[in-house]
Structures are given as structure tokens and as C-alpha cells.
Design a protein around this ligand. Structure first.
Ligand code: NAP
Length: 253
């Protein structure tokens, strides 16, 4: 039956940046769909683990700073030693630095590009190699942004990184679709998390944003849940290289 296609029983899902925000919402959803979830964070993911334990779901935690490339192997080994295999990678961890383009430092540029783009590639590559070994395919879900489509204001490195991640999603999908690995992305709209606290603290900016969202509200981590389960499941096996906007209609306007 069609709803069975969405079940993730027996699957192992790795979610980066799972301690808070959208990563927490997606990790909870994947666990609710039946996956064992590896929560990756640079600090404790106890809050997320508590939410998963509350409904009897299964998860483990891997502490890793994703600004360091050594973390790629640490994440994969942590997942394999906990559950023996991996099936789903959600590249959610990301940072944003708001500053006039004219004043952006090289250090801040590199920090954003490293976490938001380079680590997404390196983790995807390491997981795809593991998926090949397991020979049962796999799912990679990247987290893009409205700024994969638009320029934004005062976030040039972030826009560059998220635009690149949308392109990378297509590039990897083309190479790995024949191996049964689907690479897709979700582009969240304006969501109420730490990432947007500065915007939401600015009453005028916040009002202008809400006014432009057809749905008339900020998104929430729960708004990501249906889409991530779909892209992680058999239900999306013939979907490759696509970026799904979960944006309350922002891009339609
Ligand atoms: P968030 O609350 O700031 O979450 C970002 C996550 O990434 C946090 O768990 C953060 O850990 C983690 N992270 C950042 N740098 C890391 C590092 N070096 N090592 C390990 N983890 C690291 O914001 P969010 O909105 O949930 O963001 C999740 C993703 O959605 C990001 O890729 C973001 O760009 C994207 N996104 C968000 C929005 C939005 O409106 N909120 C819109 C479009 C796209 P810490 O908690 O330790 O910082």
C-alpha cells in the first residue's frame, strides 16, 4: 500500500546539526517514520534525543565539529559503529554571517563556505562510497535556502554556498542515480530558528518578511517533516537532483 512506501523501518539516518532548529525537527520525523537516527552536533543533542525517546524511537549521538574535515570520518565511523550501516544522510548543519558585502572578512567567507558547502560535498562523497559498499542504494538530502534561488541582502557567502549546494545536488544526482542513490534537497523558506533570530528581532524586517509570505507566517521545524520523510523514503525513488521549496509560497510570489 502506498503509505508503506514512506516507512523507514530498518533504515539508519544521519542528520547533521541535529541539536536544534530544522535538524531537530527532521531527526524527530525520521525517527517517527521508523529510522534509527544518528544525531550529529558540535554540542549535545540531548534535547532531540529526549524528544525521540518520548515516543520510543531509537537514536544515538555523535559529537563532531563540521568545520573540521576530520569530522567526515568521525561521523561515518560513529554511525557504523552504532548501527552497522547507513541509508540516509541529511546535510543540515549550516551557518550564516550577516555583514555588508564590502566588509566581509576572508575568515568569515571561508568559515561559511567550509561548513555549508565543502563539508556537504565531503560527507556526501564519504556516504556515497559507503552506500556503494552496501550495494542497496541510499538517500542524500541537502538543505538549500531561498538564497539558492535569490541573492538576499548582507549574506554573500551564505548565498554563494546555498546556490552552490543546489547545483551540487544536481551534479551528484546525475552521477549517483545509476547506483540507486538519490540526491535531492529541501529549500526552507523563512523559518523560526536560531538562523533567523536577528531578522525576527528586527520588528520592521520581520513584518516585511511575513507580509511577503503567502502563508502569512514564519515556517517551523515541523514544516520540514513531511518533505524530509518523503525524500528519505522509497516514495521518492524516481526523484533525482530536485530541490523542493518548503517556503509557504515565498518563491511563487
Ligand atoms: P540553526 O538553529 O542555527 O541550526 C544550524 C545547525 O547547524 C545547528 O545545529 C548548529 O549547531 C549546526 N552547526 C553549525 N555549524 C556547525 C559545525 N561547525 N559543526 C557542527 N554543527 C554545526 O538554524 P536552522 O534554521 O535550524 O538551520 C538548519 C539549516 O537550514 C542550515 O543549513 C540553514 O542554513 C538552513 N536554512 C535555514 C533557514 C531558516 O530560515 N531558518 C532557511 C533556509 C535554510 P549549533 O547549535 O552548535 O550552532
Amino acid at each position: 500500500m502506498v503509505l508503506d512506501l514512506f516507512k523507514l523501518d530498518g533504515k539508519v539516518a544521519v542528520v547533521t546539526g541535529a541539536n536544534t532548529g530544522l535538524g531537530q525537527g527532521m531527526a524527530v520525523a525520521l525517527a517517527q517514520a521508523g529510522a534509527k537516527v544518528v544525531l550529529v552536533g558540535r554540542r549535545s543533542c540531548d534535547e532531540t534525543a529526549g524528544k525521540i525517546a518520548a515516543f520510543g524511537g531509537e537514536c544515538t549521538q555523535v559529537l563532531a565539529d563540521l568545520s573540521l574535515k576530520e569530522s567526515v570520518q568521525a561521523v561515518l565511523s560513529g554511525a557504523l559503529s552504532a548501527y552497522g550501516r547507513v541509508d540516509i544522510l541529511v546535510n543540515n548543519a549550516g551557518i550564516i554571517k550577516r555583514c555588508d558585502a564590502i566588509d566581509v572578512s576572508e575568515q568569515d567567507w571561508d568559515a561559511v563556505i567550509n561548513v555549508n558547502l565543502k563539508m556537504v560535498f565531503l560527507l556526501s562523497q564519504a556516504f556515497a562510497r559507503q552506500f556503494e559498499k552496501q550495494n542497496e542504494g541510499g538517500k542524500i538530502i541537502n538543505v538549500c535556502s531561498m538564497l539558492s534561488f535569490q541573492g538576499g541582502i548582507r549574506v554573500p557567502a551564505y548565498t554563494a554556498s546555498k546556490s552552490a549546494v543546489m547545483g551540487l545536488t544536481k551534479a551528484l544526482a546525475n552521477e549517483w542515480a545509476p547506483k540507486g542513490i538519490q540526491v535531492n534537497a529541501i529549500a526552507p523558506g523563512y523559518m523560526a530558528t536560531n538562523n533567523t533570530s536577528q531578522l525576527r528581532d528586527d520588528a520592521d524586517r520581520s513584518e516585511a518578511i511575513i507580509e511577503r509570505i503567502p502563508a502569512g507566517r514564519w515556517g517551523t521545524p515541523e514544516d520540514m517533516q513531511g518533505t524530509v520523510v518523503y525524500l528519505a523514503s522509497k516514495a521518492s525513488d524516481y526523484v533525482n537532483g530536485y530541490t523542493v521549496a518548503v517556503d509557504g509560497g515565498w518563491l511563487a510570489r
